[in-house]
Every structure is written in C-alpha cells, then in structure tokens.
Design a protein around this ligand. Structure first.
Ligand code: AHR
Length: 513
C-alpha cells in the first residue's frame, strides 16, 4: 500500500498523527495464509566446525553425548523447535558420495574436503548419523543430493536406501547397516548452486538435468518426495524464469534461492563480524532489507507461470556473511554473532512471514560455528548467540495464520540515506492468540507504535525484548548472557488498540490474549 494512503488511514484510525511514530493496522479477520513452520529451518554443512566439532564431537570430549552427537547442542535446538535441518551442503553436497558415509566407520574411505579448508573428511558422520541427529532433534531432514559430480543412479539409489520398504539390494544394504525400516525422508534438494560450485551450469542445462535427476528420485509407498530445484543466486531472475518455464511443475515442490547479507556489499572484503561502525551497520541493514525486493521479484516471475502458487520459494541459504574471525581458517567461515545479526534475523523472518503465500521454507546458514550461527562451541563449552534468541521469540509464528496489515514507519536516517526503522509481522494461532514481532533497526531513536486491531478485543498483552547497548554487542564464552531476551513491559492495550514503545536496536515479540 502506498505510503500516502497509509498516512491517511492512520489519521482516520488514530486521530492526530505524529511523524516520529509508527502506525500499524492488523486485519485479523483476513488471516488465511499459513506461515509454514519450515520457514524456521536450519542448515548444517560439512564445513568448518559445523558438523565435526559442532554436532559430532570427539568421543573423549567431556559433554553429554549420544554416540558422538553433542546433546547440549541438541537440547538447545529442541527448545526452539527447529522444523527441518538441511544437510550435507551447500557446495559440499555436490562432491559428497553418500556410499562413503555408511557401514562400519573404521572402513569408510576418507576424502579431502576441497571446497572447505582442504581438511580430511573421514566420513564418520554420514546418512545414519544425520538421521539419528534429526531423530534426536525431532526435526525433518532435508537432504541435498549430488548433481554436480554425481550420477542419476547414485541419487536414485540414495532415495531408495532411505525410503523404500521393498526387497532390493539397497534396502538389504540398509538393513545390514542396522536400519530395518525406511526413514521416509521427504525434503529432497536436487543439487546445490548448480550455477556455481554445483557444476557451473547454465539455467537451461540445469533445467534439463533436473528433469532427469528428479524423474529417477522415486516416490516410494507412503514416502512422496518434496523435490526442490536448485534456484537462483540472489538477483539472477533469469534463472528462476528458465526453471519455471522448463521444468514441469508436477516434478518439483519448490525452487530455492540463495542470498546472503554482506555488510559492505563486496564479496572480497565483506566487513568484520565485530567491530564495525554506524555507516557499516546502516549499509548492512540496507542489504538485509533488500531481501524483501528480492523475494518479491522472484515471486512475480513465479506467479507468471504458476498463478496458484503451487511451487514454493525455498530460501534455503540466508544470513549475514562477514569476514572470518581473525586467526581462524578462512575456509571454516567462523564468525561472531552480534545484536546486529539478531536484527537481521528478526527483519528477515518478518519478510519471509509476510511472503508466506509463496515462501514456504527457509534455512539460516548455518546452525553451529559457521556464518550466522545460532550456537557457538569451544571445547566442552557452548553459547547461544543473539540470533538464537530471535528464533525463540518468533517460534509462535510457526504454522499460525499470517495477519495482513498496513504499516507506516518513521525513517532511520544516517548521513543522507534513510531506511524504514520499523518492520513487523503478525499471526494468529489456532487458539486465537495473536503474535506480533517487531524490529526497530534505528540506532538512535526509540519509537512509539500505535496498533489498531480492527475491532478485535484483547485484554492482555505480554512480550519479550532482545536488545543491548550497542549493535556490536555479542555473547562470549566469558560472558554468555550479554545479549539475552528480557520480559517486555513497554506495551499497553485498551479499547482495541495497543501502544508499544519499542527501544532503538531491538526485537520485540508480543502475544495478545
Ligand atoms: O553456506 C556456505 C556456502 O554458501 C554453501 O556451501 C554454498 O551453497 C553457498 O555458496
């Protein structure tokens, strides 16, 4: 809705309006689209210390474990109900040969992880270990098959090994390796970044390859696959266009999209995870907000070919990507995680919620110790990053109905540039509770938000806030609780209206009863 219209709507609803305030109208009666819980998905690659030394640790490490799976990490992820976990890559997926990762661990071949740091991969974490991890997490696996350096047969047999209940060499092999029943994995990625590390293909060539690979990735009884085509690199709209045009829609459940927020916008010199100055903070938030334009444009292309929105847009890699922490292996992508990253997470999840009629899955990169991690580990210690807490505060949106809204926001101004300071999304769950998540990215101004509930009356509002003194604030192994949520008392409710005083640099989640 145009800014001017929102402005007049605000005058009608709220009487006098103040340009420094924000005005929100929630059309609760029009809530129809479900916000898929899979928007809150995560990603774990054989990269740096995500799998090895993150999820899967040295048997001698003194932490609670199941086999070699670290249970303090599992417990933390269970608390935020992670709905799915993508594996084994990323770029690693297109050099991974699944048969190297099954059977007696002492006999599994080793390989060099050429893409990520040139380290030796001993294949001790393979199919069975990943699916045991998913089982412990109570989450759905999302497996990416190898198109770049694999074969149609290899992918087809992996699906058979995982999902078939019949009698065949693959199911016999699975049984020999200790698993009787099929796992029935449904989310299935057909390659990864096939325009780049996954084979440097053209869109037309990949579309043909997709048709071939997807044909032989079979649906076994009561195990239908949700096949996801490897989608565009950020603003490569032509890639989406070619795939939507050339792949029969009944052959794919979704098309992916990868987009990272780079603080400087320059891949060769991304900017530090911390410290950074206001200009870089502003630029990062500008790059983060670009996600809204990006998904809108990809969706517009998808709409041309698929008016009924059958094919999902799956943003299966997103998050902030900075320079690595000084002194760490550049191929390990280890970065700290600040309040800025929490504001990015809150803003991006609001964007995805607001496009939930098409965005039905997303995966933050990556869960532990890599990129915008929600958990960092050091020896037997573990910490939760500011980004982790955003997922905790947003979890009530999962599978709730999205509430359409209009919003006017004051600007966050830096030098001669400006951005909307406030972003929001809202949902109503099956019990009638309304969830509102708000982000104030302004580094200097607290903002009052006046919200109209469109004649719905609620008596009680409760909330949580995540904020800190500076956008550079982080949790460290010495001070794990610097940036953690607190209960929020800045919201009042009366006569079908709420007023929220949202401090600068904060994420707030509200529940209305
Ligand atoms: O998440 C890190 C890498 O980023 C992934 O392996 C790849 O798919 C993307 O380029």
């Amino acid at each position: 809705m145009k800014r001017i219209t929102i402005f007049f709507l605000a005058i009608v609803l709220f009487g006098r309006i103040n340009a420094q305030d924000s005005y929100l109208t929630l059309n609760i009666n029009d809530a129809k689209t479900t916000i898929s819980k899979h928007i809150y998905g995560h990603f774990s690659e054989h990269l740096g210390r995500c799998i090895y030394d993150g999820f899967w640790v040295d048997p001698k490490l003194n932490v609670p474990k199941k086999d070699r799976i670290r249970l303090d990490v599992v417990d933390a992820l269970k608390k935020i109900n992670i709905p799915n976990l993508r594996w084994p890559g990323g770029c690693f997926a297109d050099e991974y040969h699944w048969r190297d990762g099954i059977g007696d661990r002492s006999k599994r071949p080793k390989m060099v992880n050429t893409h990520w740091g040139g380290v030796t991969e001993d294949n001790s974490f393979g199919t069975h270990e990943f699916l045991q991890l998913c089982d412990l997490l109570g989450t759905e696996p999302y497996i990416a098959g190898n198109v770049g350096s694999g074969t149609v047969e290899e992918m087809s047999k992996w699906v058979e090994y995982l999902n078939s209940d019949g009698d065949s060499p693959m199911t016999q092999l699975r049984k020999q390796n200790g698993r009787d029943k099929p796992w029935k994995v449904s989310f299935w990625g057909v390659g990864n970044e096939s325009w780049g590390c996954g084979g440097n293909m053209t869109a037309a060539y990949y579309a043909n390859e997709y048709r071939r690979y997807a044909t032989f990735a079979r649906n076994y009884p009561s195990a239908p696959l949700k096949k996801i085509a490897g989608g565009a690199n950020s603003a490569d709209y032509n890639w989406t266009e070619v795939l939507m045009k050339n792949i029969p829609h009944n052959l794919m459940w979704g098309i992916s999209l990868h987009h990272y927020t780079i603080p400087t916008g320059i891949w060769g010199k991304k900017g530090a995870a911390t410290p950074f100055d206001e200009a870089e903070y502003f630029n990062t938030m500008k790059n983060c907000l670009f996600m809204d334009t990006l998904v809108s444009k990809h969706i517009a292309i998808m709409d041309k070919y698929d008016r009924n929105k059958r094919v999902a847009l799956v943003v299966d890699e997103w998050g902030i990507w900075t320079d690595v922490e000084p002194g760490t292996n550049p191929g390990f992508l280890y970065q700290q995680n600040s309040l800025r990253d929490a504001l990015i997470a809150g803003t991006t999840l609001n964007i995805f919620n607001n496009h939930s009629d098409r965005v039905r899955m997303a995966n933050l990169a990556q869960t532990v110790n890599v990129l915008q991690a929600i958990i960092l580990t050091k020896g037997n210690e573990m910490l939760l990053t500011p980004t982790y807490y955003v997922f905790d505060m947003y979890k009530n949106h999962m599978d709730a109905k999205w509430i359409p809204f209009t919003l006017s926001s004051p600007d966050y101004v830096n030098n001669n540039s400006k951005l909307p300071a406030i972003n929001v999304s809202a949902s109503i769950d099956s019990s009638g509770k309304v969830n509102i998540t708000l982000v104030n990215i302004d580094s200097k101004k607290d903002i009052t938000i006046h919200a109209d509930l469109n004649d719905k009356s609620f008596n009680k509002v409760s909330g949580r806030i995540l904020t800190s003194g500076s956008y550079t604030d982080i949790n460290t192994f010495e001070n794990k609780n610097k940036v953690i949520p607190a209960s929020f008392t800045g919201a009042t409710i009366s006569n079908g209206k709420i007023e929220v005083k949202i401090p600068k640099l904060s994420v707030v989640s509200l529940q209305l009863y």
